[in-house]
Design a binder for this molecule. Structure first.
Ligand code: ZN
Ligand code: ZN
Length: 393
């Protein structure tokens, strides 16, 4: 919450007391009103939007911001219907993501309705319901032409990072034609919120990179939303065994309902020994790292079978040890990846045909006005048992 001072003007435009707009925002709104030949009293609530704003490490607020505007012909303005909070947003709030500057509206997931499109947008028009990809892609640059949208020269993971994100009433989406997906008629829109980021991330970085195959043995370290999404999508390939490893007993219980064949809690003793026992001493063909800590990467190296693949998904903030003194002769591969969201159209079809049900991941629902409570609930997952929270804008 911004405190009132001489440069801030109290606003009660949206019926909320205690919210303030800075003089800079007021002048931007007044400028927009003037260019639209509106008198000041015609400035309506549509010109501002509530938004969750990152204010520097450890600080965030539900603030009011002017409506986003079309900046480039390929842009679309999307009115958010539902959004969610990602573990990555918590990383930003801890100050781990230097590309995200204070003042940024967070959020890179959600669904919405097209409000306005730039002159160059041909695939969408006002009123279309759309799924927002966490990765923005121009579709034309060298990386995009190779399907590596995550490294798009003018896109990649910029939403809620380098540009304002989706935890707001409205968002500007650059490269709209190639960064939005039409929502099919009759689709479960809450399920589709899981397709902005966590399902393609778990599937591309964990399952595809991990080369999961029928009859294989899989270990997934971390049973948070991403690890559970890997557990759901790994089953496309019918592995014989999927072993989930996590310290949270509740999440291990959930894992069993999602199809895990065994669960291992490191609190009960050294996890690698248990996994080796469960796999006849061989270890796993695929180890998916879905935590992002040195200890979990260490576990992957302890449980990988000869010829296996360690597929990293976790966001690592510090260095890890690589035990080449043991692994040099074991024919293993280690993969890393930022999600490209190239599988989003395929995943949309699997959700529509009910091959997987990502709504299993949704545990809590809030309104945008309650987003600070949503962060609190999501941030204390061990006690609240939160997996994914849905926020209605
Ligand atoms: Zn995310
Ligand atoms: Zn590109």
């Amino acid at each position: 919450m911004v405190k009132p001072n001489s440069t801030l003007v109290p606003m009660d435009i949206d019926g909320d007391s205690g919210m303030y707009l800075s003089a800079r925002w007021i002048s931007r709104i007044a400028g927009a009103a003037a260019s639209a030949r509106l008198r000041p009293q015609q400035i309506t609530r549509e010109m501002i939007r509530k938004a969750l704003v990152y204010q520097g490490p450890g600080k965030k607020a539900l603030d009011q911001r002017p409506m986003p505007e079309i900046q480039s012909t390929g842009d679309a303005i999307v009115k958010i219907v539902k959004t969610t909070i990602c573990g990555t947003d918590l990383h930003i709030l801890r100050g781990d993501v230097p590309t995200c500057a204070p003042g940024r509206i967070l959020g890179h997931e959600g669904i919405g309705v097209i409000e306005q499109v730039g002159a160059g947008v041909t695939a969408f028009q006002r009123g279309n319901r759309v799924l927002i990809s966490c990765i923005s892609a121009c579709g034309k640059c060298d990386y995009c032409r190779r399907g590596m949208y995550s490294h798009c020269a003018t896109g990649g993971w910029i939403l809620g990072n380098a540009i304002d994100g989706t935890q707001a009433k409205y968002v500007r989406i650059p490269h709209a034609d190639t960064s939005l997906y039409p929502i099919p008629q009759g689709a479960d829109e809450e399920a589709l919120v899981m397709l902005s980021d966590i399902l393609p991330t778990a599937f591309e970085c964990g399952v595809l990179n991990g080369k999961i195959a029928p009859g294989n043995t899989v270990g997934i370290i971390g049973a948070g939303p991403i690890g559970l999404a890997a557990l759901l999508t790994a089953q496309f390939y019918a592995p014989a065994q999927i072993i989930m490893i996590d310290l949270d007993a509740n999440r291990l219980e959930v894992s069993k309902r999602f199809g895990a064949t065994a669960t291992v809690n490191p609190a009960d003793g050294e996890p690698a020994g248990t996994v080796l026992r469960l796999t006849g001493g061989r270890g796993v063909d695929t180890a998916i790292e879905a935590v992002g800590t040195p200890a979990s990467f260490e576990t992957c190296q302890d449980i990988i079978a000869p010829g296996g693949t360690i597929a990293n998904i976790g966001v690592h903030g510090v260095k890890v040890d690589l035990h080449l003194e043991r692994l040099w002769s074991q024919n293993i591969s280690i993969t890393t990846r930022l999600v490209d969201t190239v599988t989003t159209p395929m995943l949309l079809k699997t959700v529509r045909s009910q091959k997987i049900n990502p709504t299993l991941l949704i545990t809590h629902r809030f309104n945008l006005d309650q987003i600070l409570d949503a962060y609190d609930t999501f941030g204390r997952a061990a006690s609240t048992r939160a997996l994914k929270v849905i926020i209605e804008a």
